[in-house]
Write a protein that binds this ligand. Structure first.
Ligand SMILES: [Zn+2]
Length: 470
């Protein structure tokens, strides 16, 4: 028995001492109306397959790319600045990265040299940021390639291997997606594709491809960490290789031994002239970049005197943060923070909606909080109204009227209802007399039910106690 315990201890300690390093390469589509090198629409999801296409984005022989989409460059610069990157190389140009796959008839993908480098996000260093064109979508199940996606601008964000656990990588990705959402320059997690590299002390670096979500990144790292640890423990070499993540099974499998940059035969694209990033253009972008979410958290704490947890919840979404700043112009910031953090987030989570997808406006939140402040409704009624708000365009007052909830009941009515409750629930009353406190909660609940939540809970407790004790 002791031997088994010692062995377990060795395993646990052994687990802690193996250091893990993880770096990420994240691709996200940039928000533009047209593609990177042609005028085709970027609306690829709703359009029938192969309808948003032209000879350029089909990579047909003899076609030449249009000049680089300026909006895409501006968006990439904004993201680079929000991630504190240096942008001092004023000439940017595109390289051809060669590889063969059915989604890429030209045999090369255009990818820019870094437009920003040496940035950071919450202590994780950003090595570089560059632009790329998306390839088409090969659909082996249907035997087709859909080129609607081909040529959509992407930004690729490459971190240093600064993360030391799957949890840390997950937190970083969440914060990065938040920054991208705030930037309004990218299309968010839905378009994310990430490659993850991971190495353990004493082993080689493995790269995992095919990751499409934050959860996928976390799960694949977790799996890979355990796989590599077991190999190292058994004295087997961890190979340097590229592995694929199979999301359906939450495992990684070997794809190929790692290629070097040489394998891609990078050459500057002779069809595209270099782009000069003008100083004026950079100044314009700097002046209009939105406040990054981590900075907003700090400001909310100082300006509105709310706790960090509330500030983080309220800034989890740009539209929610904006609504809060409108609400606090006429409502006490702490009171508003409490309702928007607890009740509003609760009903949004329940309805699986983001604030921006819901019917709730800042004006409606103000109206609801005013009804509560003026004691026209109780907390309980407030909660019932807010539950209806995500999917109801009507104002809180109108919702209260629809549900017959407006008004707080008078003391006499509470007294009558309490008497009725006591006479109908003898068992609970006698339990309470014997010292069972929960029985009182039950009686309060009955009164609330009969008054449809319009009785004041504090008042109800007082009245019930008086009636029972006398
Ligand atoms: Zn096109």
């Amino acid at each position: 028995m002791i031997i088994i315990k010692l062995w377990l201890l060795f395993l646990i300690i052994g687990g802690i001492t193996i250091d893990m390093k993880c770096g990420l390469e994240i691709h996200v589509q940039l928000k533009t109306d047209s593609k990177l090198f042609c005028d085709c629409s970027t609306n690829y999801k709703e359009a029938p397959a192969n309808t948003n296409i032209c000879p350029v984005c089909l990579n047909q022989p003899g076609t030449k790319p249009f000049p680089t989409n300026e909006k895409a460059l501006k968006n990439a610069l904004t993201i680079a600045l929000m991630l504190n990157c240096k942008i001092d190389k004023d000439i940017t140009y595109f390289m051809r990265k060669h590889y063969d796959y059915p989604d890429l008839p030209s045999g090369y993908q255009r990818t820019s040299v870094p437009i920003g480098y040496e940035g950071d996000l919450n202590g994780i260093k950003i090595r570089e940021i560059h632009m790329e064109e998306d390839p088409g979508q090969f659909k082996p199940d249907f035997g087709i390639v859909d080129f609607n996606r081909s040529g959509i601008p992407l930004v690729e964000i490459v971190t240093e291997p600064d993360m030391h656990s799957p949890e840390e990588a997950r937190e970083f990705l969440k914060e990065l997606i938040r920054v991208l959402n705030y930037s309004e320059c990218a299309r968010g997690e839905g378009t994310m594709r990430a490659d993850v590299n991971i190495s353990l002390e004493g082993g080689n670096r493995a790269e995992i491809k095919n990751i499409n979500s934050i959860k996928g990144a976390y799960k694949s790292l977790k799996f890979e960490m355990i796989r590599q640890k077991n190999l190292i423990k058994r004295g087997v070499e961890v190979k340097q290789e590229t592995r694929a993540f199979l999301e359906s099974q939450m495992i990684t499998v070997a794809m190929r031994t790692k290629e070097d940059a040489d394998d891609y035969r990078f050459i500057p694209d002779p069809d595209l002239p270099p782009i000069k990033v003008q100083k004026k253009q950079l100044e314009e972008v700097s002046e209009t970049i939105p406040e990054a979410p981590h900075n907003k958290v700090k400001r909310f704490i100082e300006e509105y005197d709310i706790d960090e947890e509330s500030a983080k919840t309220l800034t989890s979404e740009l539209k929610l943060a904006n609504a809060y700043e409108i609400v606090v112009k006429s409502i006490d910031p702490k009171f508003a923070a409490m309702w928007m953090r607890d009740e509003l987030k609760r009903v949004l989570t329940y309805n699986k909606l983001d604030f921006k997808e819901s019917e709730i406006s800042a004006e409606n939140i103000i109206e609801l909080l005013n009804l509560l402040n003026d004691k026209k409704i109780t907390t309980k009624v407030g909660q019932r109204i807010i539950e209806k708000m995500p999917k109801n365009k009507n104002s809180p007052k109108e919702i209260a009227e629809e549900l017959g909830l407006i008004g707080v009941v008078e003391k006499d009515e509470v007294l009558d209802t309490a008497k009725k409750t006591i006479s109908e629930n003898e068992a609970a009353v006698s339990d309470y007399k014997k010292g069972k406190e929960t029985s009182l909660n039950f009686l309060v609940g009955q009164v609330m039910k009969l008054t449809r939540g319009k009785a004041d809970p504090g008042e109800t407790v007082k009245i019930l106690k008086e009636l029972i004790d006398n």
